[in-house]
Ligand binder design. Structure first.
Ligand code: ZN
Length: 156
């Protein structure tokens, strides 16, 4: 057990990036928006609520939360629901995302599908992974999805 915790801690330590572009006030606001969105998650099956908040380059915040479905495979994560909401509102350029989960003293990380969807829009996006207490770690898309398949690879 303690060996697993150590391995998980090491994995998290490997993605932490201390070089923040956002101020502590901006981070607090973004994490707060993600926490608020989490309250509106539709997760009757997993009971695992996830809140996300995207910061657009022009300073808007767009929220997302996971939306589950009785046909489980149709579930959409909080990060992707935030992206979908933002795109529909006309946003394409993001400087940061905050994700709030309740995994105790640990930090929830975006799933592989969400990493790919976030990478579609920015590999420079800062990623703040927060606990319910507001405590967070900061990482980047480059650390979460190295050698990503991004739109420029299509050469179109
Ligand atoms: Zn996901």
């Amino acid at each position: 057990m303690s060996k697993q915790v150590t391995a998980a801690g090491a994995a998290l330590a490997a993605i932490v990036d201390a070089n923040k572009k956002l101020t502590e006030e901006e981070i607090e606001r973004l994490v707060g928006a993600a926490k608020e969105a989490r309250q509106r998650a539709h997760c009757p099956y997993s009971k695992f609520a996830v809140g996300a908040a995207l910061l657009t380059e022009d300073g808007n915040i767009v929220q997302g939360a996971n939306v589950e479905n009785a046909s489980y495979g149709l579930t959409i994560c909080g990060e992707r629901s935030a992206i979908c909401a933002a795109v529909v509102q006309g946003h394409r350029h993001f400087s940061a995302i905050a994700v709030v989960t309740d995994v105790g003293d640990d930090f929830g990380t975006p799933c592989g599908a969400c990493r790919q969807v976030l990478a579609e829009f920015s590999m420079d996006m800062e990623v703040y992974l927060a606990q319910m207490s507001g405590k967070y770690i900061k990482t980047t898309m480059k650390k979460l999805l190295p050698a990503a398949f991004t739109p420029d690879k299509l050469n179109i």
